[in-house]
Design a protein around this ligand. Sequence first.
Ligand code: SAM
Length: 210
Amino acid sequence: MRMRNKPWALDYLKTHSNLADVEMTYAGNVSDFFEDNQDLHIEVGTGMGTFITTLAKNNPDINYLGIELDKNILIRVVEKILEEDLKNVKVALLNAADLKEYFNSDEVDRVYLNFSDPWPKNRHEKRRLTYRSFLSSYKDILKQDGELHFKTDNQGLFEYSLVSMNNFGMQFKEVNLNLHLNEPDDNIRTEYEAKFSSKGNLIRRLKASF
Ligand code: SAM
C-alpha cells in the first residue's frame, strides 16, 4: 500500500505524540505509552488501521500497538483513534526489521500480520514478514505462550509462510484455507481483506506459536 506523500505527515504525527511514536520514544518501555498495564497485542504492517482500532474498541482490556513504516498511512490510523476516542490503541512508525530494538524480550502477547506484502520474487524473500529473520524477532518479543496470527489472500505467500514457520519449529493451532466460509463472528476484516474478498479471492488464516 502506497499513499501519496504528505509533507506534513511527520508534523501531524508529532502533534499527536500521545497516540503516535515516531521517534522510538517508547522503545524499551512501551508500557509507559499506555494508560493501563495490560496484555499487549501488535499488528505489523497495520495499514489504515480498521483492524486494530476495531479490536481495541471491542477489547478495552487489551493494549494494541500498530506498527507501520509509512508515515502517510499512519495519519489515517490516528484519525480513527481520535474519532473513536480510544485509549488502548497507539501506533509506532517503525520498520518490522527493528522490532527487537523497540520491544523487550517476552513483552508481547500476540502478533498479527494481515495481508503482508507478498514479495513474490525469490531475490526478495528476505523482505517477506514471515522470513526466518522476522520469525526470530517475533519469537524473541513474544511471551512463551504468545501467538502469531496471519491472514492473506495470497496463496504463494501463505504456502511459503507455512513452510517457513514449520522449518522454524512453530506449532500450528489453526490453518484455515477459506476463512470467509463460515466466517467466525469475531473476524475483523482489514481494508485489504474487504477488497480482495469482494473480488472473490479466498482468505487464508493461520494461528501459530513458537
Ligand atoms: N494490514 C493492512 C490490511 O490488511 O489492510 C495493510 C496491508 S498492506 C498490503 C501492507 C502494509 O504493511 C503497508 O501499509 C506497508 O507499509 C506495511 N509494511 C510493509 N513492510 C513493513 C515493514 N517491514 N515494517 C512495517 N510495516 C511494513
